[in-house]
Write a protein that binds this ligand. Structure first.
Ligand code: URA
Length: 212
């Protein structure tokens, strides 16, 4: 897995406010969206394009446009939903599929409880949105899910990642033929014994939407 850690003062500035426990949900949601738009800029560097002939007021020329099939953006429910608007702002013609995953708080394993995705993802570039790469269990399952349906290029965008999670995802996907990339806002110190990222930002879903 190719890993890109954002190295940008504006991203670090916004992440600091996101982490702060005094930040309320409306501000947290706005910051998460802004951060995703900045991360998406890097994540879509290799988005597939095709030539596109146009005429400017001065002369004919050939530019580029997004190729078909259009990229597929896949937020992991629930917390990934908080990243969708920010992503679509940069990639408005992308299609959106949904994957509902949660982790068993005892085993920390990921459970898939819902999916709304095209059956056939052949030739699709997919962008998975999940704010926290903690143990990496959810991300491994999501990536395999998309690759099994034919996705041939997968990028995960996370706001934060734990070193243990990056190692786990890299090891678990060693046999995968599909290229996988991670773009993250920061890599934190570690996971605690409850599987939370330290220092992290707490439970991203709760901070976005409140506790259910
Ligand atoms: N999920 C979260 O929301 N926060 C963490 O720290 C780890 C997983």
């Amino acid at each position: 897995m190719r890993v890109h850690i954002a190295d940008h003062q504006l991203i670090s500035h916004k992440l600091t406010y996101l982490r702060d426990k005094r930040t309320d949900s409306p501000t947290f949601r706005r910051l998460a969206e802004e951060l995703v738009t900045l991360l998406a800029y890097e994540a879509t560097r290799d988005v597939r394009v095709e030539p596109f002939a146009i005429e400017t007021p001065v002369a004919p020329t050939t530019g580029i446009k997004l190729a078909n099939p259009k990229p597929l953006v896949v937020p992991i429910l629930r917390a990934g939903l908080g990243m969708l608007e920010g992503m679509m702002r940069l990639l408005p013609s992308a299609e959106v599929g949904f994957l509902g995953m949660m982790r068993n708080e005892e085993t920390l394993e990921a459970i898939t409880y819902a999916n709304r995705l095209p059956e056939d993802l052949s030739g699709r570039q997919c962008y998975i949105l999940d704010p926290m790469l903690a143990t990496g269990g959810t991300l491994v399952d999501a990536i395999r899910y998309l690759a099994d349906r034919g996705a041939d290029d997968i990028t995960a965008i996370t706001l934060l990642a734990a070193p243990e999670g990056i190692v786990h995802v890299t090891d678990a996907l060693k046999d995968l033929k599909v290229p996988v990339q991670l773009v993250t806002g920061a890599v934190d110190e570690r996971l605690n014994d409850r599987g939370y990222i330290v220092p992290g930002l707490g439970d991203a879903g709760d901070r976005l939407y409140g506790v259910v």
